[in-house]
Design a protein around this ligand. Sequence first.
Ligand SMILES: Cc1cc2nc3c(=O)[nH]c(=O)nc-3n(C[C@H](O)[C@H](O)[C@H](O)COP(=O)(O)OP(=O)(O)OC[C@H]3O[C@@H](n4cnc5c(N)ncnc54)[C@H](O)[C@@H]3O)c2cc1C
Ligand code: SF4
Length: 500
Amino acid sequence: MGDSDPRGFLTTGREEWPRRPVEERVRDWREVYVPGALLPIVRGQADRCMDCGVPFCHEACPLGNLIPEWNELVARDDWRAASDRLHATNNFPEFTGRLCPAPCEAGCVLAINQPAVTIKNVEVAIADRAWERGYAPPRPPDRLTGRTVAVVGSGPAGLAAAQQLTRVGHTVVVYERDDLAGGLMRYGIPDFKMEKHHLDRRIEQMAAEGTRFRTSVTVGRDVTADELRRRHDALVLATGATAWRELPVEGRELSGVHQAMEYLPHANRACHDPQADPRAPLSATGRHVVIVGGGDTGADCLGTAVRQGAASVSQLDIYPLPAAERDEDAEPWPTYPKVYRLSAAHEEAGALGTAPAADADARLFAASTLRLTGDASGRVREVHLVEVEPEGRRPVPGTERTLPADLVLLALGFTGPAQEDGLIGQLGLDLDERGALRRDSGFATDVPGVYAAGDAARGQSLIVWAIAEGRAAAAAVDRYLTGASRLPAPITADARPMRA
Ligand SMILES: Cc1cc2nc3c(=O)[nH]c(=O)nc-3n(C[C@H](O)[C@H](O)[C@H](O)COP(=O)(O)OP(=O)(O)OC[C@H]3O[C@@H](n4cnc5c(N)ncnc54)[C@H](O)[C@@H]3O)c2cc1C
Ligand code: SF4
């Protein structure tokens, strides 16, 4: 074991896991980072941690990750202990280490006057090493309780709840309508952000612990809520918020206009299928692509369209170009600020010049879609847009323009859980004013024994929040089934991200 350097933050600058060159990575679907390039730098980076008396990184993380502890352990080269401390609060650190926007780094005390500790990189290095060295074996329960729980949905919330409940001895069955488990991490998030073998490996670990998976089963349709309640002592609804927001403009009905979550699942399947047809209606190959919506889902569409060989790709963001630095009055440290961020997909689009008309990388900011027009066959051909004022979003006169488009992707967010399957109606559950499942602060719905976790009840959120929800809901279910629980509950259902 080595020593850590208490002056590391003074002697070492922030250095992130480097990305592969753009020209190379857009020719494949592999993760964007240089394999093997993190390990040589990560101990020095962990050593930049000041081991603060009040670690705001920990406060900013919904999982309450023990960040200063594992930074110290990595700096001392004690990877096994680091893995134990990391897994004590997070079931799936290889997911968050790759995919989390890292509110912990925005809250890092070092970030007050210099670059934050690369917490997310340290996390993923520990998680990957744990797998390589066998520090994350299956942990089946010592004994079974004889109680059984159905978890509906296998995204990060459902998986975390299932793993926690299995490990304390309940017999858990995860029902998933897709053919493979993983939720949005399977068919929403592209491989270049997280390769699917990370997901497969965790699911194998869970199966070895005793969690049962029933895929291609839509609860509400293939099995009713009543049947599920008869078979199980408790239910956890972790069905996600997959009802998408629409673009109510003229031309929406034209062919070639699709929702992001129609396009991304198709692309996610196609990239694993050597026979996939590049001319399929949902492929971007050779097409002028316009993505409506400036968020992360839009960025995932962008990186995917670039890899599919689109003729051009632009992304429209209704918000103005964010500032480079945080606004200390509106979004002071340690909150998560809205600043200009260059995701891997934006870096690629910028370097390749995919959108000649764009303000920055592929994005047009303060841009609102007026209408879509098509050709005689009913296929979309142009997006008409206008610049809008930052406040009130009124159109700025004289700024109308058009972009060529033969594939338009709508990435405007999600309104709540989908209802076509009938599950919510069969249980007689209410939605709250935001369109999410109503529950109390202990994750319980109005129906005894039925709990709700993740985006379905929180609204569209993040993987780290979904895992925290799954863990906390598992503690509530365990208490319901046994009268007490030693499972940790990192959040209450009404907890929200830190705000000014
Ligand atoms: C394109 C995209 C990219 C994203 N990228 C990131 C990112 O990089 N980082 C990040 O932190 N967050 C990201 N998010 C958000 C993140 O993926 C979600 O917050 C998270 O997955 C929510 O987890 P969940 O378990 O609540 O639901 P989900 O992951 O949505 O999983 C719900 C599951 O329930 C299943 N289901 C629904 N109804 C039924 C039923 N009746 N019967 C059986 N199964 C059912 C669904 O098929 C799905 O598999 C992204 C979201 C999208 C759309
Ligand atoms: S706030 Fe930053 S410097 Fe302080 S303990 Fe957390 S990671 Fe280390």
